[in-house]
Design a protein around this ligand. Structure first.
Ligand SMILES: Cc1cc2nc3c(=O)[nH]c(=O)nc-3n(C[C@H](O)[C@H](O)[C@H](O)COP(=O)(O)OP(=O)(O)OC[C@H]3O[C@@H](n4cnc5c(N)ncnc54)[C@H](O)[C@@H]3O)c2cc1C
Length: 376
């Protein structure tokens, strides 16, 4: 079967790899170069969490992804996933803790519950309230972001895929499996669109809004380096007031990465305008959260880089078939890197007409179209 994959960031490169491994004749198109810094997948790292507070149905996806990340490590010879363990911390009645415990109860995922004294003993660098509890996710860790994309693309090519770079698809005609690029038409049995924040430009009506965000890095104060190393801090998500901050400790030669779950500076954007964009509010919220929860860090970020993702109103992914020959993967909502390997498998299975290894009914790609039709 001849399958096109449009967009080769984390999701598309993994999809191309899984399709090629399944025996499909794969042609991938990437508007930039694979691993470029103008989409969602660039930078050094992403967090891996197994206890996915976003939806209980994502826990099996994260588990499946971990197995595929390890397979990609074997194929590529690159270390991609470093397990550090992680913890989500907040008052017992905070949404972060409540939702984490609800997901843990619904899935039986390995976890532990700590009180404030136990958190302070294990994470002395964190400043927390006496009412804080921590939900530990022992499988959490840090993914190498750009190396993962490059490794998946190389694995796809090794398995027979042809991947074109600097090849922006102008349009795709879902009914006929036609892909138009550089004034030419190519015909496919199936087309998969994994164009990140650009997905809605190629397939309108999916309910995905391109949203600008930031990647921000912080340096430990002098003498605080060991406390904030990856093996000490691990992966943390902390509720501070109504806000959440996620982050991980510094890897060798690196810095501490922190970001807010949401921010007034995260606004809709035209995806092509991302690079070079700025907002006067950039970095202000995360700096305040860092100063509150991690006083051993200099709260002024050392580096602030724009990034973006496709956002949906229910914060869930948009995955699956939207036409006889068309499958989409979009709406990552800022939590899709850890799942990229299994999402690639899922999209490949859907495009090939196979039963998905991990069913994801809550991410159905037609749900916003169905809602719009119902309210019309
Ligand atoms: C700041 C930030 C922090 C994040 N942190 C985490 C985290 O800690 N853990 C986690 O799990 N997730 C995290 N995420 C989310 C994760 O990075 C994304 O879910 C993931 O990278 C999505 O990849 P993608 O392939 O969908 O998009 P992209 O990487 O943007 O790939 C889409 C590709 O499509 C290409 N394209 C677009 N239009 C066309 C066209 N017409 N023709 C050809 N190619 C086209 C683009 O050039 C692009 O390369 C974070 C995201 C951001 C922005």
């Amino acid at each position: 079967m001849r399958v096109a994959v449009i967009g080769l960031g984390a999701w598309g490169s993994m999809t191309a790899w899984r399709l090629a491994e399944a025996g499909a004749d794969v042609v991938g198109y990437e508007a930039g170069v694979i691993g470029h810094d103008g989409g969602s997948s660039h930078g050094a790292t992403r967090l891996y969490r197994r206890l996915c507070v976003e939806h209980a149905g994502l826990v099996p996806l994260a588990e499946r992804s971990a197995a595929l990340w390890r397979e990609l490590e074997r194929v590529s010879g690159e270390p991609l996933l470093t397990v550090t363990g992680g913890v989500s911390i907040g008052p017992a009645d905070s949404a972060l803790v409540r939702d984490s415990l609800a997901v843990a109860a619904a899935t039986d995922v390995e976890h532990a519950l700590l009180d404030a004294d136990a958190i302070r003993a294990r994470w002395p660098m964190l400043r927390i309230g006496d009412d804080a509890v921590g939900v530990v996710d022992p499988a959490a860790g840090i993914l190498a972001a750009e190396p993962s994309v490059l490794a998946a693309a190389a694995a796809a090519r090794h398995a027979g895929a042809t991947l074109h770079e600097r090849a922006r698809v102008d349009a795709t005609d879902a009914a006929d499996g036609i892909v138009r690029v550089d004034g030419r038409e190519e015909r496919f049995d199936q087309v998969v669109v994994t164009a990140g924040a650009w997905t809605g430009a190629l397939v309108p009506g999916l309910g995905v809004t391109p949203t600008r965000t930031l990647v921000t890095w912080f340096a430990p104060r002098p003498g605080q380096e060991a406390q904030h190393a990856a093996e000490a801090l691990g992966v943390v998500v902390v509720a501070v007031g109504d806000a959440w901050m996620w982050g991980h400790g510094a890897q060798p030669g690196g810095l501490v990465k922190l970001g807010p779950a949401d921010d007034p500076a995260f606004v809709p954007i035209e995806p092509d305008d991302l690079l070079g964009s700025s907002d006067p509010r950039d970095g202000a919220l995360v700096s305040r959260l860092a100063a509150t929860a991690l006083p051993g860090l200099d709260p002024t970020p050392t580096d602030v880089r724009p990034c973006m993702y496709g956002r949906t109103t229910d914060h869930q992914f948009v995955l699956g078939r939207v036409g006889e020959r068309l499958t989409v993967g979009g709406g990552c909502n800022g939590h899709g890197f850890k799942h990229a390997a299994a999402i690639g498998e899922h999209l490949a299975e859907v495009a090939l007409g196979a039963e998905p290894t991990v069913p994801l009914p809550f991410a159905d790609a037609t749900r916003f179209q169905a809602a719009a039709t119902a309210t019309a």
